[in-house]
Design a protein around this ligand. Structure first.
Ligand code: NAD
Length: 500
């Protein structure tokens, strides 16, 4: 799997690789150099119609394949991912820009998720309960729903598709997948490996293209009853509105404004490592990135000094080079957005401690690089402490005690991840109870979820669904309750029999 140059790629519909019906294309760029990595079909609603028709037809046989057999294909897919892990890692460091250790982690997450969900092929547990009537048996079973629309972002280009597609498939659904327009080549590889694992034609279809043209057509399509979407809050709201008329199941995983709290008793070496990793890993482009650091005033000066020094030691460069600590951000528009927040932070009166500009020189000029940026003396209500920036920028907020720290951490519209560094077990437990996020870490950064626990957030980070673990199955199945009467007579339930 070599990097493709400006090779031309296709959609995958009904088991065939096909061009977009209109013949138009778009390019995916390498963020480290600005060069094209390939040309992809700029699809239209007509292509979506074809993909949905193929998925709808395939559903009728796929849903009848025994779940352990469906799972066997996922096990083979996981083995292909293992075999191609190095190629995919290298490709991700090019197409998406992550450093290699993180890109390898992204692929590994897909392997782990696929294996976990393949295991569901022999579980998909329902419930049996005793009946209130004699000679009657009852149980609940999970039923597949149909065609699932999968719409993904670019920041976890192999992991996130696996989080959605593996559970959708093992439950017996078929898929129409629209990957992010910044990472279509990785999506193409993902589906190629799925097809090689023996997936029947039409079970997974890929339609490349833009959100308004392809994503929205999937969301509005009457034959797609479930939409699973990961992306920004703004797009999530649009998706919800577009799906509302048809009362679809809409699963949303949206943005974050995640905070790390550092108490005065924290192990500072550990805390600083955790903050640097959470704030600047993936160049701050993780939904779980720590874009706020809430620090007890007694240690604020020390934390600030150590963080600035760590940020200034980071080496920027292409993700595929071993010595790189911080890769590029995804595209030029991201540089502009991140830089606009630097301006906003300064205008609001926060202190720019380091960074605050695009990086240039030393071979960085053609790529999309931004210096790791730290603002100090940030007030909790400033926009840089409230809005998702999605870049290597973090805001240090001083607080006087634990209660204020929790209050400030919760006082944002998002609720994905949170963390506290403290050695006080009482405070740790209070934080686990009181932080209003879907994920909380104690003495670790805000990133590092594992595939067998639910993943997702409260408040504006989502709409109550969860990815990963058993919770994910609820998005991709409907519960059916079954009652089997073996008494040989009509037993009337829901009737008051007390006088009989
Ligand atoms: P985005 O919302 O711009 O795009 C996400 C996907 O939606 C893309 O495939 C895009 O083409 C598509 N899209 C755009 N407009 C659409 C429309 N009108 N209808 C249907 N689809 C449409 O997000 P992004 O920039 O790709 O990703 C970054 C965002 O994703 C951040 O906000 C980040 O926090 C969030 N994210 C959340 C999680 C999570 O699990 N909570 C994980 C990763 C990323």
């Amino acid at each position: 799997m070599a990097v493709a140059g400006a090779e031309r790629f296709k959609n995958y519909i009904g088991g065939e690789w096909v061009d977009a019906s209109g013949g138009e294309t778009f390019e995916s760029l390498i963020p480290a150099t600005g060069e094209p990595i390939g040309e992809f079909p700029r699809s239209t609603p007509e292509d979506v119609d074809r993909a949905v028709a193929a998925a709808k037809e395939a559903f009728e046989s796929w849903r009848l394949v025994p779940a352990p057999k469906r799972a066997e294909i996922l096990y083979r897919f996981a083995a292909h991912l293992v075999r191609h892990k190095d190629d995919l890692t290298d490709l991700m460091s090019r197409e998406m820009g992550k450093v290699k250790a993180e890109a390898g982690g992204d692929v590994q997450e897909a392997i782990d998720m696929t294996l976990y969900m393949a295991g569901e092929g022999r579980r998909l547990f329902g419930q049996t309960t005793p009946s209130e009537l004699p000679d009657k048996f009852q149980m609940s079973v999970r039923m597949p729903v149909g065609v699932v629309g999968v719409i993904t972002p670019w920041n976890f280009p192999i992991a996130i598709p696996s989080w959605k597609i593996a559970p959708a498939l093992v439950c017996g659904n078929t898929v129409v997948f629209k990957p992010a327009e910044d990472t279509p080549l990785l999506a193409e590889r993902f589906v190629e490996l799925l097809a090689d694992a023996g997936l029947p034609p039409g079970v997974v279809n890929v339609v490349h293209g833009f959100g308004e043209e392809v994503g929205e057509a999937i969301v509005k399509h009457p034959d797609v009853p479930v939409i699973t979407f990961t992306g920004s809050r703004e797009t999530g709201v649009r998706v919800t509105k577009a799906a509302a008329d048809q009362l679809k199941v809409v699963h949303l995983e949206l943005g974050g404004k995640n905070a790390i709290i550092v108490m005065e008793d924290a192990n500072l070496d550990l805390a600083v490592d955790g903050i640097v990793w959470s704030a600047f890993g993936t160049s701050g482009q993780r939904c779980t990135a720590a874009s706020r650091v809430i620090v007890h005033q007694k240690i604020y000066g020390e934390v600030e000094k150590r963080l600035v020094s760590a940020a200034e030691r980071m080496r920027l460069g292409p993700g595929w080079e071993d010595q790189t600590d911080l890769g590029p951000v995804i595209n030029r528009a991201a540089i502009e957005k991140i830089h606009s927040y630097t301006g906003i932070g300064k205008d609001e009166g926060a202190t720019l401690l380091t960074g605050g500009e695009p990086a240039s020189g030393d071979g960085l000029d053609d790529g999309f690089y931004y210096r790791p940026t730290i603002f100090g003396d940030v007030a909790p209500d400033m926009r840089i402490a409230q809005e998702e920036i999605f870049g290597p920028t973090t805001a240090l907020i001083p607080v006087k005690d634990f209660d204020e720290a929790i209050r400030v951490a919760n006082d944002v519209k998002y609720g994905l991840s949170s963390s506290i560094f403290t050695q006080d077990v009482n405070r740790a437990f209070r934080a686990m109870r009181d932080l209003q996020t879907g994920i909380t870490y104690i003495n670790a950064g805000t990133t590092g979820a594992e595939v067998h626990l639910p993943f997702g957030g409260t408040k504006d980070t989502g709409n109550g669904h969860r990815e990963a673990g058993q919770a994910a199955l609820d998005v991709f199945t409907e519960w059916k309750s079954l009652y089997i009467d073996y008494s040989g007579k009509l037993q009337r339930a829901q009737i008051d029999n007390a006088e009989e």
